[in-house]
Design a protein around this ligand. Structure first.
Ligand SMILES: Cc1ncc(COP(=O)(O)O)c(C=O)c1O
Length: 465
């Protein structure tokens, strides 16, 4: 009975929360001290009824929640959680399926297999392509680069899984100047330090310059195992590296081409936007997030590798007790760095099934249209400059007073926007300029939300002049 009551209470609280997504404060309202007081205290000496635990938890946590699923949350690149995906996550929790091996949950294994095939088709990725369901794009980058490391060293006659990196042939890793920090973090875990990475110049939007890449790869050392990390969707500007040209160069140098497409990869789902990722079908690996643009709840990332044997060799582990199925060739844990993990494939499956091909395209295109609307509104204000070409869902906003310090004005205006709390915006520094950073990534954002938020930014810009 206690279990039913706790679940029932959670459902009630969740329904109330979801219903007020658009009207509740976007920012947390409690201070750190208040949250510590509400949630803290000594470890309970004895059990507490589950329903009371849920009640108290919800009451104490509520003022400390940021409405990331709300329509005016434009921070980082955070997607809202689609209704079908939240419900699927609940079921995944109730079912509590470890998605490591087929025998642990045949349903979780098959759902991954089905969703993987849908994703390859939807995103225009090369087939055959192996897919891993990881925590986020950071881990997707890690997994893909581990497969790259395996394959390039194998071609050089070295077994990195058995012999490690000490004494191994050198790997050359080339990235754009605007590489996302998670690629650097992933390489660090793989034994490649940040000072060993070769950086290639980027243009005014943060796109890798193919001619600089070519120069960085000279003299022609096709014998040197090389990984090129390109990017689909710059975290500030949304810009895409020219993948087609980079794939040509990678081909000439027999390099492994990895594409970090945390959110930009989803452009491939839209007929109107897929030109941005032309060439992706020639990538050796790519990484993306489902918790960004597919609007699946955290945490959910995806890795795709066009060399399944390398992918599996880099990740797979075996032990006598880890029972492999005789009739299921795709064991979920063979494609990810973890062993035990929750069955995050259910939510990805639910997202794809509930949106369908046209629904994903519509979600991506709508966010891009709303980002353009945001930029157009803001640009009408004389003191506001949009720093990037709004090619996707990202907008960089700067306040430039007629005289004086634009960095200070931008920071002051951002603080006012944050204090007004109509919308959630963060800041960034881009090309030596302070900027407000907007990411439109939520299925529930409307024109009216954009206009209200733009007005808040314009009010702030006027106040700091
Ligand atoms: C381009 C890019 N790559 C990788 C990541 C890391 O993704 P996550 O934090 O979901 O692991 C991000 C996050 O914003 C990103 O924008």
């Amino acid at each position: 009975m206690a279990e039913q009551d706790a679940l029932g209470r959670a459902l009630e609280i969740a329904r109330g929360y979801a219903a007020t997504r658009g009207s509740r404060p976007v920012w947390a309202t409690a201070t750190l001290a208040e949250l510590r007081a509400a949630l803290g205290g000594p470890l309970p000496a004895s059990p507490i009824d589950p329903t009371d635990v849920i009640d108290a938890l919800a009451r104490a946590a509520e003022p400390g929640l940021v409405t990331t699923t709300g329509p005016r949350y434009f921070g980082f690149v955070t997607g809202g959680a689609l209704p079908a995906t939240v419900a699927a996550e609940w079921l995944a929790s109730v079912w509590d399926q470890p998605a490591a091996l087929y025998v642990m949950s045949p349903a979780a294994a098959v759902v991954e297999e089905v969703a993987a095939a849908w994703l390859i088709d939807l995103l225009g990725l090369p087939a055959p392509c192996s897919v891993g369901f990881v925590t986020g794009c950071h881990m997707a980058n890690f997994t893909a680069l581990a497969a790259a490391r395996h394959e390039l060293l194998r071609r050089a006659g070295w077994d990195v899984e058995a012999d490690g990196l000490q004494g191994a042939p050198s790997l050359r890793v080339v990235v754009g100047e605007e590489v996302h920090i998670s690629v650097i973090g992933a390489l660090r875990l793989l034994g490649i330090g940040s000072r060993q990475i070769v950086r290639v110049a980027t243009d005014d939007q943060g796109r890798m310059r193919p001619e600089s890449l070519e120069v960085r790869l000279k003299p022609d050392t096709t014998a040197m195992p090389t990984i090129i990390c390109a990017q689909a969707g710059n975290v500030n500007t949304g810009a895409f590296d020219p993948l087609d040209a980079i794939a040509d160069i990678a081909g000439r140098h027999q390099a492994w081409l990895h594409v970090d497409g945390a959110f930009g990869l989803w452009a491939g789902a839209s007929v109107a936007l897929k030109h941005h990722v032309r060439g992706i079908e020639r990538a050796d690996s790519c990484a993306t997030d489902a918790h960004k643009w597919l609007n699946v709840p955290y945490d959910s990332g995806l890795v795709f590798v066009a060399h399944p044997a390398a992918h599996r060799a880099a990740m797979s582990l075996s032990a006598a007790y880890l029972l492999r199925s005789a009739d299921e060739p795709r064991e979920p844990m063979d494609w990810v760095p973890e062993s035990s993990r929750r069955a995050r494939g259910f939510a990805v499956y639910a997202a794809l099934r509930s949106l369908g091909r046209t629904g994903v395209a519509d979600l991506v295109e709508r966010c891009c249209r709303l980002a353009r609307r945001f930029a157009e509104r803001l640009q009408q204000e004389p003191s506001i400059r949009i720093l990037n070409e709004v090619v996707l869902n990202q907008v960089l906003v700067r306040v430039v007073p007629p005289s004086g310090d634009a960095d200070a004005a931008t920071q002051a205006a951002l603080k006012l926007v944050q204090d007004e709390r109509v919308c959630w915006l963060g800041g960034s520094r881009w090309h030596d300029m302070e900027a407000m950073r907007i990411s439109v990534s939520n299925w529930s954002t409307t024109d009216a939300d954009i206009d209200r938020s733009a007005e808040s930014i314009i009010r702030a810009a006027r106040r700091v002049l």
